[in-house]
Design a protein around this ligand. Structure first.
Ligand code: HEM
Length: 506
């Protein structure tokens, strides 16, 4: 089906009060703004309907009542909160949360401004500031100066040629994992994909066979991430000093992870570093450009922990949601099988095959549109700036959400439907740059993006050669926005061997 050009209608001409002019009086300006179909033509009318008011004339519209606690507290649904903010208040909205000023932006231009053009005016938001406790000062969490020094030290491990070398491991691990499946038995694809991507990360980044330890590491990571909301609470330092079971479990899990990493480093030292071509060796050897200085042991640990976490859970979730979507659309799954069978007749995929698998690539692109593993990005304004004509004071938090933007009807026809076909060259060319941003943007753009694309396509192709994955009837699907977008109840599915008849076992 030919993808339809996204409708970018400028159908909302309305009066907006802008920040005060030099004479102290507010300037009024008529401005054309686009809005999603279904959003109110008049946000003030929407605000009246929802019993809310403008907070101030220099603030964007938003809910009057402040939010207590954090977006990620248990029982809170940040996906629904962000979706409602965009629906009720448009491209930029404002609210207070635990004493913080919070702006939510849902316009590709504003996203570009925060991540790219004005990127230097922002620093990482609270979630990532707090994630330092776990990740240390790795690329994901580091401040601008430290980031500038370290990114060139890590970058060589992600050059195109190196990533192509990793392709064989991705295929090999996917094959090894799926060979353990039995036709008709029930598996949790969420756990399986975590095991797989962890094994790939361990082998490709650290040249270490971690698969046997993968369950223990997975459990430790899960514990750390599930209690991560504690870290985000206003008095988290006090809470973390209390002898609460959740706090203790989280601290134990962190210690386990640290031990694992230092063990890998020790093995490396005993083994000799020179002959290895993986990230850990690269970091430990201090391979560097002429301006950067080598990393200390602690810094290597921080980068390793960051890559382990950032690299495996995101990719695992993208794969899990891909299998879920394919299970619900047998016709799309059939197209994947047809492509895989045609392109890979008689051999497993290699890095060189990725460009010959365009439909499979569209499938994972569309899966990350509907279920973006990184569902939000947050920043804190270091200095005051202006977004969309509104004053953003220094210290404010600014959030954007891939979950909301990727389902915006201004850019995506039938946004809630899984339509891999929409990703034609013409559609991609017509899409505003930051209407799709699963990997972020600007200087803090995901360093592992090419790695992830290769892994996603190769893993789907390898598994689809042999298996069809069918969702267990009645299994509840609840997206769970933790640090990445998980499925709250896992993903219980039945692998069906494509070489056998497709009749589902009773
Ligand atoms: C589908 C898979 C992935 C998704 C959706 C994803 C998404 C993202 C996003 C959105 C950011 C930017 C965060 C921000 O601006 O605050 C990011 C940064 C990062 N990602 Fe990924 N990522 C994926 C896979 C990977 C892989 C495979 C690796 C490593 C092997 C990786 C390592 C990193 C690192 C180190 C950063 C920080 C980069 C920097 O600030 O210089 N990611 N990722």
């Amino acid at each position: 089906m030919a993808a339809r050009k996204p409708s970018r209608r400028l159908d909302d001409r309305r009066l907006r009060i802008l920040p005060t002019s030099g004479n102290g009086k507010p300037e009024a300006k008529v401005e054309a703004r686009s809005r999603p179909p279904g959003a109110s033509a008049e946000p003030r009318a929407a605000m009246r309907r929802h019993g809310r008011h403008m907070i101030g004339r220099t603030r964007p519209p938003g809910p009057l009542l402040p939010m207590i606690g954090t977006l990620m507290m248990p029982g809170r649904d940040p996906l629904a909160i962000f979706t409602r903010l965009a629906r009720d208040y448009g491209d930029i909205s404002y609210f207070r949360m635990s004493g913080e000023r919070v702006f939510f932006v849902n316009n590709p231009e504003y996203v570009r401004q925060v991540l790219v053009t004005d990127g230097a005016k922002f620093t990482k938001s609270r979630a990532l500031e707090r994630a330092r406790k776990l990740l240390g000062d790795g690329l994901l969490t580091s401040d601008a100066a430290s980031h500038e020094r370290k990114r060139p030290l890590v970058q060589p491990a992600f050059h195109r040629a190196r990533i192509a070398e990793y392709g064989a491991t991705m295929v090999d691990r996917a094959q090894a994992l799926s060979e353990q499946w039995r036709h008709g038995e029930v598996i949790d694809v969420s756990k399986e994909m975590m095991r797989l991507t962890l094994a790939v990360a361990a082998r490709t980044l650290f040249d270490l066979d971690l698969e046997s330890k993968a369950d223990a590491v997975g459990r430790a990571l899960r514990k750390v991430l599930e209690s991560f909301w504690l870290t985000l609470l206003p008095f988290s330092d006090v809470i973390e000093a209390l002898p609460l079971p959740a706090v203790r479990a989280s601290q134990r899990a962190r210690a386990e992870l640290d031990a694992l990493i230092y063990e890998m480093m020790a093995e490396r030292r005993a083994d000799g570093l020179g002959h290895r071509r993986d990230v850990l060796s690269t970091l430990m050897l201090g391979e560097r450009d002429s301006t950067a200085s080598a990393l200390s042991d602690q810094e290597v640990r921080d980068e390793v922990m960051t890559l382990l976490l950032a690299g495996h859970e995101t990719t695992a979730n993208a794969l899990m949601w891909t299998w879920y979507l394919l299970s619900g659309c047998p016709d799309k799954a059939a197209e994947v099988y047809a492509e895989v069978d045609r392109v890979l007749s008689g051999h497993g995929p290699t890095a060189a095959d990725v460009t010959s698998l365009p439909y499979t690539t569209k499938v994972v692109t569309e899966a990350m549109r509907l279920f973006p593993p990184a569902w939000t990005i947050g920043r804190r304004a270091k200095t005051a700036c202006e977004i969309g004509g509104y004053h953003v004071p220094a210290g404010s938090l600014v959030f954007m959400s891939q979950w909301v933007m990727h389902r915006d009807a201004r850019f995506y026809d039938r946004p809630d439907q899984f339509q891999p076909e929409r990703w034609s060259q013409e559609f991609k060319a017509s899409l505003p740059r930051y209407a799709y941003f699963p990997f972020g943007g600007g200087t803090r753009h995901c360093i592992g993006e090419s790695f992830a694309w290769m892994e996603l396509v190769l893993v789907v192709a390898t598994i689809a050669r042999r298996w069809q994955l069918r969702l267990l009837p009645g299994h509840p699907i609840v997206p769970q926005p933790l640090l990445t977008l998980r499925a709250k109840h896992g993903m219980r599915m039945t692998p069906l061997d494509r070489r056998r008849a497709f009749a589902a076992p009773n």
